[in-house]
Design a binder for this molecule. Structure first.
Ligand code: SF4
Length: 409
């Protein structure tokens, strides 16, 4: 009799949680703020806003493989088909009045913003993208522009970002109709910190010999740390998930029965091919145990005793916003933590910012760490830039080479 398929039971709770989140957004009961995924969500939430994340919508458009229907509509308006396919598919979907939120969560459409906030700590594209919607909905927009590509983030840079965060307060007060409440802000940061530290522990369970959470699982279970951080529900969800995954490690239950190689995924997910890639790695006994993407929502510097400085620092120190030197140091640490045998870089056609294979980093990092690398070309949403056949052959060859390397050690 074959072993039962590996499942994560907490997924049922995850579905309830995400469903309730979208119901709240769609109910029209509260004021809605749009925010970038690594933006100042805690500050917005402390004013009582329901917070909506267009990148999450972009990921849904990618995962449902509807993005390509919408991108041409944005191209007609002057947005290049070679810029961020979250941006172009999201704008195109709006222009065509379509959204997967209708079918999957029963919403009439995307939630209308009362306020839009963005942070260019990840890219400048979000400024263009969010400005389109501020114009379309004629609503106020505030932007945070932190220093970028630093080796180290100093107190001077943190103070600069704190000033920008504080400039949001009068706008939030005016739109929400509430006065800023420092205690509420601290409490939101505390909940966010607890959730993010639990999320970090969740990811680290896959350092085990029998890893219980793949990168592909992580892209699903990261939902609450993206859209619900700063809430009790998100915190409780990760406590539940952690307990289950730790029990699986104890019992020697992993997401694949035999692990021949341990892989690190660098760059954006290929949303339209998650299942295919997950099956491909698994069928080659390769466990994709860690990623820069899922680790991007670990904000371990959050501290409710210093809510302004700690959030400004955490959001400025994220991987995508750092110099190559800092990124290589972070990757080298992750390689050690997860005992990585090989790294797969996703060189995303339309996300220049979250692709690290364009300026020789794979070669330099291999020389530094000794970890072999493969670069796969593709895209987060636009599957015209991804070749199933070519990618499968390249990944299988790479995994075979890793296995041979292991066998002669
Ligand atoms: S980081 Fe990349 S995928 Fe994300 S919004 Fe910016 S360009 Fe788009």
């Amino acid at each position: 009799m074959s072993a039962p398929a590996y499942t994560i039971r907490s997924t049922d709770r995850l579905k309830e949680l995400m469903g309730a989140y979208f119901q709240r957004l769609g109910s029209g009961a509260g004021k809605v703020a749009w925010c970038t995924s690594v933006g100042p969500a805690e500050l917005l939430r402390s004013f009582g806003f329901e917070v909506y994340f267009p990148e999450n919508h972009g990921a849904l458009l990618g995962a449902t493989r509807t993005a390509m229907d919408h991108i041409p509509e944005a191209v007609k308006c002057g947005y290049s088909g070679h810029v961020c396919s979250y941006t172009t598919s999201d704008i195109g979907a709006y222009l065509r009045n379509e959204t997967p939120l209708r079918k999957h969560y029963g919403l009439e459409g995307i939630p209308k913003p009362d306020l839009i906030a963005y942070n260019t700590n990840q890219c400048r594209e979000v400024e263009d993208w969010f400005t389109f919607f501020a114009d379309a909905f004629k609503c106020p927009i505030v932007g945070i522009h932190p220093p970028r590509h630093l080796d180290e983030v100093s107190d001077d840079e943190v103070q600069l970002v704190v000033k920008q965060f504080k400039r949001m307060v009068p706008v939030c007060e005016q739109v929400s109709g509430r006065r800023f409440d420092e205690e509420r802000f601290r409490e939101t940061v505390r909940l966010s910190r607890e959730a993010t530290l639990l999320w970090q522990q969740v990811l680290r369970t896959s350092a085990a010999d029998t890893p219980p959470l793949s990168f592909f699982d992580g892209t699903i279970h990261m939902g609450p740390i993206v859209v619900l951080r700063g809430t009790q529900e998100a915190r409780d969800y990760y406590a539940l998930l952690l307990e289950e995954l730790q029990a699986n490690v104890q019992a020697g239950r992993g997401f694949i029965p035999r692990v021949r190689s341990r892989i690190f995924w660098e760059g954006m997910p290929i949303w339209g091919r998650l299942r295919m890639l997950s099956d491909l790695f698994a069928s080659n006994d390769a466990a994709v145990v860690a990623s820069t993407y899922c680790s991007s929502w670990v904000f371990d510097r959050f501290d409710e005793h210093e809510p302004w400085e700690s959030t400004a620092r955490a959001y400025t120190e994220i991987f995508i916003n750092r110099s190559e030197k800092a990124k290589m140091a972070m990757l080298t640490r992750w390689f050690e933590d997860y005992r990585i045998d090989g790294i797969v870089y996703h060189d995303s056609k339309t996300c220049f910012n979250n692709s690290n294979a364009k300026f020789g980093m794979p070669q330099r990092l291999r020389a530094l760490s000794g970890v072999p690398a493969l670069v796969v070309e593709g895209d987060l949403c636009d599957m015209r830039f991804f070749s199933d056949g070519q990618s499968t052959t390249r990944i299988e060859t790479f995994l075979e080479q890793l296995a041979e390397r292991e066998s002669v050690r």
